[in-house]
Design a protein around this ligand. Structure first.
Ligand code: PMP
Length: 438
């Protein structure tokens, strides 16, 4: 039970004098006020008022081993001890070590490049696709998020009343400052809807790439037949298929969504879990597409860099992060199934609790993340999700926060190797309390 919030409130007042809204990313803000954390351990976060929470946000799903895992600490320390520095600014062996490990689980990645975030990963992937196909429009799905830049900040969470027809959604800026050029160059497709294929056929000569979250927002899966047709058609039309697996990589399965569906995309973007909680992304895929960025062609160095796609970054392939990420994957090789088992257990218990009260609730998701959705209707895309009861969800979230269960309001739940029976029991007790007071 949370007793005090004084320190959090005092900090937010101070932070507002330093940063707009007191936060350094808009997602960190929520009503009535963000909770300010000072410590993390295992499955738990402690705030500045010394309240303890079971953490289901896990930094938006990044911390698959929870907080402060000793194996990660050791990996970072021993990398530092061995190399004596934390950054080379040159090639180093971990770049290939980590890449080989990734290729083991993502065989579609014939070659790959490191970036500093999921945003940078999709950005590079889009440039690779445009270079490879010579076509500069992109297609993305309504309700899908791919990072914070203009090309993809369209129709992420539009007001459905202003978003046009469900089968042919309008391209709606998701931020102020996104200009008409990007609106015009990004075609919006309806997810899990066959009209998406008609739109792709119609724009086949302009669209170089289709990007999607195979599991929308980390919890609404693409239907298998939809995925299969999307793969077949994009191949036919000469459109690159890009899976944005920033959320799903090493969280819905060790091989991500592509492993789950048994479908090979041309390009994949990864982030979150692979960086162990540090900033990192990866773009991988077909050799001939990735080779667009190679500085060496036909054994001759392209010193002028003309005819080569630009990709750079001071921190790409950061040794400390690769060491931490590699250690994460190695732990997950033994413990991934446990996290999924715990997630399924929690989902089932929650669904049972709401069912006994006659409340339509679905715990939707695959692998080690899910979301709580209040509707009895099937939810297969953004528009259908908007029909859910968000008032009830907000009440639930507010109650859970007071009971020491940390999930950002309306956000999905992610579990880690540190979420065991005790944490699930605490969560179930808190939800039972909510239902009893309704
Ligand atoms: N794509 C997806 C599917 C994501 O979930 C996110 C982050 N939520 C991104 C891209 C952007 O990643 P980052 O925040 O690391 O830039």
């Amino acid at each position: 039970m949370i007793k005090r919030m004084n320190q959090s409130l005092a900090y937010m007042d101070r932070a507002k004098q330093v940063m707009p809204g007191g936060v350094t990313a808009n997602i960190k803000y929520f009503e009535p006020h963000p909770i300010v954390m000072k410590k993390g351990h295992g499955a738990y976060l402690t705030d500045v008022d010394d309240n303890e929470y079971v953490d289901y946000l896990l930094s938006y799903g990044s911390l698959m081993l929870g907080h402060g895992h000793p194996v990660i600490k050791h990996a970072i320390q021993s990398q530092l001890d061995t190399s004596g520095t934390w950054l080379f600014g040159t090639p180093h062996e971990l770049e290939a070590d980590f890449g080989e490990k990734l290729k083991q689980y993502f065989p579609s990645m014939e070659l790959l490049r490191y970036t500093n975030s999921g945003t940078e990963a999709t950005l590079l992937a889009l440039r690779l696709a445009a270079t490879y196909t010579g076509k500069h429009k992109i297609a993305k799905f309504e309700g899908h998020y791919h990072g914070g830049y203009d090309q993809v900040l369209l129709s992420v969470d539009p007001d459905v009343n202003e978003a046009g027809p469900a089968e042919e959604p309008l391209s709606v800026p998701a931020s102020k400052g996104v200009g008409a050029y990007h609106q015009d160059h990004t075609v919006i497709l309806p997810f899990n809807h066959s009209y998406a294929f008609e739109l792709l056929k119609h724009h086949r000569d302009e669209i170089g790439v289709v990007v999607l979250e195979p599991i929308q927002s980390g919890f609404i899966p693409a239907q298998k037949v939809f995925m299969e047709e999307l793969r077949r058609l994009t191949k036919d039309l000469g459109i690159v298929l890009l899976f944005d697996e920033v959320k799903t990589g090493f969280r819905i399965g060790m091989g991500g969504a592509q492993g789950y569906y048994g479908i090979e995309p041309d390009l994949t973007a990864l982030g979150k879990v692979i960086g162990a909680g540090f900033p990192m992304g990866v773009v991988g895929g077909k050799r001939e597409i990735l080779m667009e960025s190679a500085p060496v062609k036909n054994n001759a160095t392209n010193l002028s860099s003309k005819g080569v796609l630009f990709h750079s970054g001071t921190y790409n392939g950061h040794p400390m992060i690769l060491a931490a990420g590699l250690a994460t994957i190695q732990v997950l090789e033994n413990e991934f199934d446990f996290v999924v088992m715990q997630t399924n257990e929690l989902k089932q218990q929650l669904e049972r609790l709401f069912a006994t009260k006659g409340i339509a609730m679905q715990a939707i998701g695959i692998g080690a993340m899910f979301n709580i959705v209040f509707t009895e209707e099937k939810v297969t895309n953004y528009r259908e999700y908007q029909i859910a009861d968000f008032r009830l969800r907000k009440d639930l979230d507010a109650h859970l926060l007071k009971e020491g269960i940390y999930a950002k309001p309306c956000n999905r739940y992610s579990l880690s190797t540190q979420h065991g029976e005790k944490e699930i029991e605490k969560t179930v007790t808190a939800v039972t309390g909510f239902l009893n007071q309704m």
